[in-house]
Design a protein around this ligand. Sequence first.
Ligand SMILES: C[S@@+](CC[C@H](N)C(=O)[O-])C[C@H]1O[C@@H](n2cnc3c(N)ncnc32)[C@H](O)[C@@H]1O
Length: 541
Amino acid sequence: MAMAALVFHGAVALRSSLLPPLPALASPHLAPAMSLSLCHGIPPIVSGSLRTTKHKEKEMMDKDKDRKKTGVSWGCDPRSIENGTLLQDWLTNEGLAKQKLVLDRVESGGRGLVATQSLRQGERLLFVPSKFLISADSEWGCAETGKIIKEAGLPEWPTLAIFLISEASRGTTSPWFPYFVTLPKTPSSILQWTEDEVNIWLTASPVREKALECIRDVTETYRDLRATIFSKHPDVFPSQVYTLEAFKWAFGILFSRLVRLPSLGKLALVPWADMLNHSPQVDAFLDFDQSNGKSVVFVTDRAYQPGEQVFISYGKRPSGELLLAYGFIPSEFNAHDYVELEMGLDNEDPSYDAKLTALEEHGLSSPQRFPVRKDGFPAQLLAYARLISSRVSNPAQLSLMARAATEAKATANDTADVEAILSAEEETDAYERVLAVCENSIAEYTSFLEANEESDDEATDIVDSSARLSRTRMLRQLAVDLCKNEQRILFRLQYILRTDLRGLRTLPGTESMSGGAKGKAKRANGGLFNLFKWNIDILEK
Ligand SMILES: C[S@@+](CC[C@H](N)C(=O)[O-])C[C@H]1O[C@@H](n2cnc3c(N)ncnc32)[C@H](O)[C@@H]1O
């Protein structure tokens, strides 16, 4: 019992940080005809490479060679649209309304839905009837499997993952077979990366820890399920079908295709709708229309010409989160990008315990991470740095400083009150601490990016097959794109902090002022912060 609770905290925790994506499954020639007893032979997991880490790569490649090649025996190449015909015919025969979209190869996203005619802004599209949806209360083809899972009372995510494996392994006997044949054999979420790949390629980004956490959570969830359910019913959950690879495949499909339909109040895979790709510039979301149609629709937020790819939004997500759940970094500007910086109390601080108590009182800890966005100064991060820098030991004042570092509880007056407590020296020290953390992080990105400016020729040196080479290139490109996005945010912060610090140090006539008074004087003296923000905006255009 306790075990079950423990098991699923993984998926739940993981989902709370990742939010909702969209559905699909198997290749006709690879899986279909087999039913419950199939065995698998799947994708070799390939190692990444870095010029600076040739040694490690060599080790990984040796490990790869020894690795047993396992995985799922269903699914198709995600760039292939051949199976899409099967999907479209099935949906049409089963009553899907005539579509103004067609599945095609596209530039962003491999396959996507393309307008077959002019579409106006505000047009309702798709109309996928509820009978096509796969949700935690869908009917199980294998009644025995469904009964065991329902009795176990599993949450939605693991229920859906097991449902997918159960149906996919039934091949052509599953009613969803035409859908499963269009699902990618290797979904492009972080679950398809090895931990070694994460450590090599995401080394400079805070996303690395979240990626490892995702992979471990899903692996742990699988192990707990195996111990508590699969092993107790080996005939219903054959070990050669319910493998870790199959489970990662299923979770990868859920990560990258599951949608939360607000009007229906549940998560679902929506065949056809899950062929829509994401654009951070788009504001159109899938939902269930409860009125006459009772179907999944979305409303276009712009007009499209015939032949243009039509996009939806998977949510206002930063690129790091898109990489974890969906395995891509948008090529367009993403206004939702942020990068996290971490700060912590000084171990030598005589007020360490009192400061930690104040932080914990407001739900903070040491160390603590703060998001830095492109369009905003991280006020909470600076407030946290002020607490670290302050020589105050009064619990009420420390509590006030800690509260100013929280997003939820801080009030407009808190910052002013904290500034009034701090000396000019403490204020400057707080800025310097944030700047140091920012610049350390910039330096890590720089060394990663420099190490990855190698040419493909050099990569060929390390990588001995075209499949490995292309995976290495793909992972490197994703990592470089992510790092550039995140580093750009930090450059902007660095610029602002340096400017503010210069202001703090040089404002005439403020030598004897407190930090707060200096701050006020600085802002009154022409609003340096805003001015520099404006300058950067111009530079970036
Ligand atoms: C819901 S599916 C969309 C359909 C998918 N392209 C397919 O062929 O099955 C989500 C996946 O599409 C891809 N994708 C979506 N939007 C993308 C984009 N803007 N750029 C690159 N890949 C994208 C990613 O591989 C992601 O995991």
